[in-house]
Ligand binder design. Structure first.
Ligand SMILES: [Zn+2]
Length: 354
C-alpha cells in the first residue's frame, strides 16, 4: 500500500511566541519524537516541504499583508494580534508551513502517497486575508485549497475543520465561493465568536459553508453523531476531488483551552469516517494539517492514533463506519444538531433528522 506522507522541518520549531505561550515549539517537538519512536510501525514517507512564493500567498492574502509579515524576518519580536507575535524566524516557518502543505497536495494528487499529514507550525485557520489572528499567520489550509484549484485544476475541494475553535479565516476566504466546501465542528459560543448555524455562505457560495456549533461538553458520541448526520452526507452530495482537514486536537478532554470531551478514540474514528469518504469520493485523497492542541500528552497520543489510522483504513467497509448510539445524546446537543440539519437541508436535500 502507498505510504502516508508527512511533512516536518526544524524551521517549524523556530517560530517562538514566548515561554508562556500555549502554541509552543514543544508541541511539534513532542510529535516528532513520537514519530521517531514509532517509525517502524507506521507506513510513512517524508515529503520535503518547499517555501510558498509571494504570489501564491497572495492567492488568499492581501499582498501588503504578505509584505508586512516578510518585514518581520530578522526582528526579535513583532506584535501581530493580542495572541500572536512573530519572532525573527516566524516568516521562514510560516512560508514553509504553507509550502509543506503544497508539497503534500502535489504528492497526493500525483499518486506518490496515499494521504498525508502536515506537521507544521504556525497553525492557520484563524488567519484572515489582511491580518494574523489566534496564533495563526497565514491560512495554510485555505492556501492549500486554492493551490489545488490553481495548480492542479480541481473544481471541488472540501475542507473539514475539527479544531475546537471555529475556522473564521477559512470560512471568510471561501464564503462566496461554491468550489470550496467548508465544514466546521466547534465549541460555541467560544473564541473567535463566529461559526453560528446561520452562517452558511453568501451569493453563489450559499450552502457551501456548513457550521456545526456544538455546546461545551461534547465527546466522542456527539462528534460521531454530527459526522454521521451532517459531515458525511454533505461531503457525499458535494463530491470533492480532494478533502483537506484542519486537524486541531484542542477538543480533547485534557486540553486546557477547551471545554470538550473528545478522546483519542474519537479522533481516530472521525479520521476513519473521512478516510471512508475519501475512498468513496476521491481516490483516497485526504490531507491533514495540524492546527491547535495544547495538552502535550493528548496532542501526541491523538496525532499518533491519526497517523497510524491513515495507514490502516480497510477499503472493504461498505457503510460510513462508527454509527454512534443515538438514544443517549444530550438534549442540548440534539437541539443544536437539529438546527444545523434544518438550516443545511435547504441546500442539501436528503439530510435525515437525527
Ligand atoms: Zn483551536
Amino acid at each position: 500500500m502507498k505510504p502516508t506522507g508527512i511533512v516536518r522541518d526544524p524551521v517549524y520549531l523556530m517560530h517562538d511566541m514566548g515561554v508562556y505561550h500555549p502554541e509552543s515549539p514543544e508541541r511539534l517537538a513532542a510529535i516528532y519524537r513520537m514519530i521517531d519512536e514509532e517509525r517502524s510501525s507506521l507506513n510513512l514517507m517524508e515529503i520535503a516541504p518547499r517555501d510558498a512564493e509571494h504570489e501564491e500567498l497572495a492567492g488568499v492574502h492581501d499582498p501588503r499583508y504578505v509584505d508586512q509579515i516578510a518585514g518581520t524576518a530578522g526582528r526579535e519580536e513583532t506584535f501581530l494580534d493580542p495572541d500572536t507575535t512573530a519572532c525573527a524566524h516566524s516568516w521562514s516557518a510560516a512560508v514553509r508551513a504553507v509550502g509543506g502543505l503544497f508539497s503534500l497536495v502535489d504528492a497526493v494528487i500525483e499518486g506518490r502517497i496515499r494521504n498525508g499529514f502536515a506537521l507544521v507550525r504556525p497553525p492557520g485557520h484563524h488567519a484572515e486575508r489582511r491580518r494574523a489572528m489566534g496564533f495563526c499567520i497565514f491560512n495554510n489550509v485555505a492556501l492549500a485549497a486554492n493551490y489545488a484549484r490553481v495548480k492542479h485544476g480541481l473544481e471541488r475541494v472540501a475542507i473539514v475543520d475539527w479544531d475546537l475553535h471555529h475556522g473564521n479565516g477559512t470560512q471568510n476566504t471561501f464564503y462566496e465561493d461554491p468550489t470550496v466546501l467548508f465544514i466546521s465542528t466547534h465549541q460555541y459560543p467560544h473564541y473567535p465568536g463566529s461559526g453560528g448555524v446561520r452562517e452558511a455562505g453568501y451569493g453563489v457560495g450559499q450552502g457551501y459553508t456548513v457550521n456545526i456549533p456544538l455546546p461545551a461538553g461534547c465527546g466522542d458520541s456527539e462528534y460521531l453523531a454530527a459526522f454521521h448526520a451532517a459531515v458525511a452526507p454533505i461531503l457525499e452530495a458535494f463530491g470533492p476531488q480532494l478533502i483537506l482537514v484542519s486537524a486541531g486536537f484542542d477538543a480533547h478532554r485534557s486540553d486546557p483551552l477547551g471545554g470538550m470531551n473528545l478522546t483519542e478514540d474519537g479522533y481516530e474514528q472521525m479520521l476513519q469516517i473521512l478516510m471512508h469518504m475519501a475512498a468513496e469520493l476521491c481516490s483516497d485523497r485526504l490531507v491533514l494539517t495540524l492546527e491547535g492542541g495544547y495538552h502535550l500528552g493528548a496532542l501526541v497520543d491523538s496525532a499518533q492514533r491519526v497517523l497510524s489510522g491513515l495507514g490502516s483504513y480497510d477499503p472493504g467497509i461498505a457503510a460510513v463506519p462508527f454509527p454512534p448510539p443515538r438514544d443517549n445524546l444530550p438534549s442540548t446537543f440534539r437541539s443544536r444538531l437539529k438546527d444545523v440539519l434544518a438550516m443545511q437541508s435547504r441546500f442539501w436535500p436528503g439530510l435525515e433528522e437525527l
